[in-house]
Write a protein that binds this ligand. Structure first.
Ligand code: AMP
Length: 323
């Protein structure tokens, strides 16, 4: 595994020049020694993995970067806090920024290039007039509580996917993969739909949620929780574990009872807890209530604890890696 300081670039031109150079090197190595980097069944050319982030990196982002490193010849991570996806300006202003630590972490993961564009590089004409619409899927769950969030997130993801698009090399077409966390399940579903619906030539790869030892899903916003709030936040994980255990045992999920339990916690302000079809995010009907659970589903939860809004999810009835 390479462990060197990544090249930090801030413009699209620098990114393309740097990734193009590394891809040519990888192509030459391939021509010399045959296929490498674990995609023997893929195209003959080299591969590029893109890891979009907003910085304030932790072990969850690290899992994305390390997976991308394992799968690809060239790895690009992006750091950009996208104002378009924030509702309240206060949330945007207090979003943690830890750039030097982020670059060091990405270096430890073997990332080749960090693309950290300023606002003017991404939005040279100000906020864009034409945006991606997340449609119906973007209005449920998180979308209902954060209007416009997914339109903003998809718009920047579309731009980043374009920025990262690898050049063709002499060795043939380049495989292009982008890595997203299962932690943001609705975002992942939407990114997959965007890539499929709008014919983006990129494979979207999901990486399982990384949790603290006690089960709390890692998040850049967890640092704002005090000790008591952090303990209360574990209620979310507990609720999903209960549902997962019932699903595993093919028992009725008794979802309403679990919702009531979470809602009764004095420090937890529950926004939603539901059990949905993983592909469509349509709530499951009777299956999750009083009849024995069969099949596969996704539990989605969001709640406010102290100053932080937490989201989490858990796959029910099948290992997370297969979703
Ligand atoms: P963010 O910087 O919060 O926009 O997240 C960048 C990427 O990291 C997204 O694809 C997230 O889903 C992913 N991510 C964030 N937290 C975790 C986690 N705990 N486990 C796995 N992936 C995560």
């Amino acid at each position: 595994m390479t462990e060197r300081k990544p090249l930090v670039v801030t413009t699209r031109a620098e990114l393309n020049a740097a990734s193009g150079g590394l891809l040519q090197e990888a192509a030459a190595t391939r021509n010399g020694v045959g296929a490498s980097a674990g995609d023997a069944a893929g195209p003959a050319g080299p591969s590029l993995g893109l890891v979009p982030t907003m910085g304030a990196l932790h072990e969850g982002h690290e899992a994305l970067a390390r997976t991308a490193r394992k799968d690809n010849d060239v790895v690009v991570a992006t750091i950009f806090v996208n104002p378009l996806q924030f509702g309240e300006s206060a949330d945007l202003e207090r979003y943690p920024r830890t750039f030097d630590d982020d670059v060091a972490l990405l270096g430890r993961c073997g990332v080749d290039i960090v693309f950290a564009p300023p606002l003017e590089e991404v939005y040279p004409q100000g906020m864009p007039m034409v945006r991606i619409s997340a449609g119906e899927l973007g209005e449920k769950f998180e979308g209902a509580f954060r209007p416009g969030h997914f339109d903003g997130a998809l718009t920047v993801v579309a731009k980043l996917l374009h920025y990262g698009m690898p050049a063709r090399t002499a060795a043939g077409p380049t495989a292009y993969r982008a890595y997203f966390g299962q932690k943001d399940a609705q975002q992942l579903t939407l990114v997959r739909r965007m890539a499929a619906d709008l014919n983006f030539d990129v494979d979207i790869i999901a990486v399982p949620t990384v949790r603290a030892a006690d089960g709390l899903a890692l998040s850049s916003r967890n640092r704002f929780l005090d000790e008591e709030e952090r303990a209360a936040a574990l209620t979310l994980f507990g609720a999903m574990r209960t549902l997962a255990e019932r699903a595993e045992a093919h028992e009725p999920l008794e979802l309403d009872e679990v919702v009531d339990l979470v809602a009764a916690h004095p420090m937890v302000e529950l926004d939603y807890l539901d059990v949905v079809d993983p592909a469509t995010l349509e709530p499951l009907g009777e299956n999750c209530r009083h009849t024995p659970f069969t099949g596969t589903a996704l539990a989605l939860i969001a709640a406010r604890v102290g100053p932080v809004r937490l989201i989490d999810n858990m796959v029910l009835g099948t290992p997370a890696s297969t979703i």
